[in-house]
Design a protein around this ligand. Sequence first.
Ligand code: PGA
Length: 250
Amino acid sequence: MRKIYIVGNWKLNKTPEETVQFCRELKSNLKKVPEGMVVGISPTHLALESAIREMKGSGMLVGAQSGYWEASGAFTGQVSMSMIKAVGADFCLIGHSEQRQFFGESDESVKKRTETALAIGVLPIVCVGETLQERETGKTDAVLERQIRQGLTGVKITSGCQLVVAYEPVWAIGTGKTATPEMAQDAHAYCRRMLAKVFSGPIAEEISIQYGGSVKPDNAKILLAQQDIDGCLIGGASLKLDSFLGIINA
Ligand code: PGA
């Protein structure tokens, strides 16, 4: 059985103090993570350590939003995957569309980050997804194929549990527009077929594929009911306790 990953992507939001406050409230409202589910948050690098300290023993995960493949050196502005590991992060988002769009993330750099994360024991959550223009010109499958093939071919895993993929149509991120459950299911099934080509059928069956893009408490249930949707990566709605808990409870 694939695990259901419910992960908050906080982007550039919440100071360390606000992070600690949220973690305390989350812990007191979610005493036990439901069976078969993984719940996680990803604050900014600056708040990572305090979130990890606060969430210790809660059964919930804390991860980073990005990590550089080189461990150290002359790379101004970067935080390395090994530093993230050193403070105790469980996972790292890789290839988020905002990283691709604004900070030059490519399929090649996605692959380097993924290999580094695996090598040091941080769970990679690899994000893929098409833009509105790509969808409207019928390129969705081609884009997903390219992102999965170029980002993951040659990456060594022995089990699908070592990797999570997030399908996030760029046009649905932060826009209030969500893919219909059918659209999302089709894209997820396609991603799984590509993962089967890159890894193997059995490994692809084990990989949890999250949906992301304007997930809210009122659309989470129908999305999560789809056969190939194994969780959600949540931006806006993960910043408020009520809506984050609403999605977990859905
Ligand atoms: P959103 O963001 O839920 O605010 O659309 C999702 C994401 O960027 O991961």
